[in-house]
Design a protein around this ligand. Structure first.
Ligand code: 0GZ
Length: 307
């Protein structure tokens, strides 16, 4: 563990010894949203970070991948590393082609630097609009970044909270690439799945065929639980209808990821094995799981392998 950095008070470390899921994942399944943290001694956390995590190394991520039955990872740059993508790039290279990445970059990034990230396996950039995680970049800078990465065939991952969607709508819908929304745009799941708030998100996807969504993070969104702990077989039943609705409406534009090592959870740390069981609630058929876990992420991250 890092000696240089002290974790944010109240930090919850990732779950040790996750159960082996009883749900068998399709061959070639991709965990399309996970992170590495440091280790801080090797890859220091960014000075501008809003939290200091526990370490969560690439080897620990790869061990989890194998244990849960995934074949590949998409590693998303965590905000605690800012625009310093070294830990991400190190993990991508060490994965031997089994991981691709989403980076965070600044407006001054050069074509050569984008090419170097591409060669390491990066296929997208992340734009973050969650105030507790980042200081916002000006929209003009984000548009300039979008224009620079688009020729590489990259996509843009956006992270925001549902109340902010109306104000961000025009910006999102004018982006020139495929756009992937993190965690279903963070709906308030105590509201109606067919109500005004989530309807706006459904409209965003319905009207814009370049917009995809990750059906991830029930553990962040759940209000009622039950939690993925203590042998629970149907965790996060309040979140499932939201993910289920997107799976049914947009089967070719949804992704799923563990979100390991689950930054900033305050309430509980899920057993990742039980989190995998949750997939059966949102994608009950084998055909759906094939789309969610294999066909869709492969088309986005490993297109050269898709016939
Ligand atoms: O909700 C969060 O706290 C969170 C944070 C990060 C990050 O710090 O990158 O990534 C996520 O996917 C979710």
């Amino acid at each position: 563990m890092s000696t240089t950095f002290e974790k944010t008070p109240g930090w919850l470390d990732w779950y040790q010894g996750p159960t082996k899921p009883s749900l068998t994942l399709p061959v070639g399944a991709v965990d399309a949203h996970c992170h590495v943290f440091g280790p801080g001694d090797e890859f220091p956390y960014a000075p501008e970070r809003k939290y200091t995590p526990c370490d969560a190394s690439k080897d620990q991520l790869f061990a989890l991948r194998d244990h849960l039955g995934f074949a590949r990872n998409v590693i998303v740059q965590a905000t605690c590393h800012g625009k310093d993508n070294r830990a991400l790039v190190d993990a991508l290279i060490a994965s031997n082609g089994k991981a691709r990445g989403v980076a965070t970059v600044g407006v001054n990034i050069t074509t050569e630097e984008i090419q170097a990230l591409h060669d390491a396996g990066v296929r997208g950039v992340r734009f973050n609009f969650v105030k507790r995680l980042v200081d916002f970049m000006p929209k003009a800078d984000l548009e300039a970044i979008a224009a620079k990465i688009a020729p590489f065939g990259w996509h843009i991952v956006i992270y925001f909270e549902a109340p902010d969607l109306p104000e961000l709508w025009d910006f999102f819908t004018n982006l020139p690439t495929t756009v992937v929304v993190d965690h279903m745009g963070r709906p308030d799941v105590s509201k109606d799945v067919n109500g005004e708030e989530f309807e706006l998100f459904v409209k965003l996807m319905r009207e814009h065929s370049n917009i995809w969504s990750k059906l991830s993070c029930p553990e962040r969104l759940s209000v009622t639980g039950p939690k993925a702990l203590d042998s629970e077989t149907r965790p996060y039943t309040d979140v499932a209808p939201f993910a289920r609705r997107l799976m049914e409406l947009f089967p070719e534009r949804v992704l799923w990821g563990t979100d390991w090592p689950h930054p900033n959870l305050k309430d509980h740390m899920p057993d990742d094995g039980l989190l995998v069981e949750y997939i059966a609630q949102i994608a009950p058929t084998e055909t759906e799981r094939q789309q969610l876990l294999v066909d869709n992420p492969m088309r986005l991250y490993w297109p050269e392998e898709v016939a």
